[in-house]
Write a protein that binds this ligand. Sequence first.
Ligand code: SF4
Ligand code: SF4
Ligand code: FES
Length: 216
Amino acid sequence: MSVTVAIRRYNSETGGEPEWVNYTLPERDRMSVLEAFMHIYENVDPTLAFRFGCRFNKCGLCAVEVDGRPRMACFTEVKDGMKIAVLGRMPVIRDLVVDRAAFFTALRELQLYIPEQEDAGHTQIIKEPETHKKLLLCVECLACNSTCPNFEFKKNPFVGPYVFVKLAQLHFDPRNTIDRRRQAKDLGITACTQCRKCYCIHGINLHRDAIQILSA
Ligand code: SF4
Ligand code: SF4
Ligand code: FES
């Protein structure tokens, strides 16, 4: 027995429309989507582009869309008939590889970090709020952006849920001196509060722990 999956292929260098290509895989107990990519790369088509790191649901690099929903490829079992594509609404380099550098470069001016001078001298241990601990589970897979109907990289100015997670993390950071709620308002968070279509594939409650916190 074998299983067949469809993978959406695209090359930003050659352009054109993305194309669905079927691949037949040997049926193997609990083969992950990432293992399927590796099988195709090693045995069928070495031009297939995909990204991975830890292979253990920790680094966020392998996030893709499986049957229209974001998933970690290394933590998702292959099933016959699956349709696998790159994360939606993000810039794409090739096949299943999002242009993370383009995305993070576009965020530079938002100052989503603690500036060096403000960091100096903070040595005391501070009890961390539970919400902050949850927010720090973010592995920067960027999958939440692909679930937000208001976000479309460079086509729509809305910043998307990933930025709100970062702002909420900074809001709770004892070293932060910037008003992150104000920043979130300036970035259009009021457009979010009724929608709730975004979700995190790593278990963070985006609405309660980021959007509501910043909208308060
Ligand atoms: S609440 Fe809606 S608009 Fe706001 S980030 Fe989530 S999906 Fe996008
Ligand atoms: S909030 Fe969740 S889905 Fe979004 S980047 Fe972080 S881990 Fe990924
Ligand atoms: S390879 Fe790191 S989360 Fe999948």
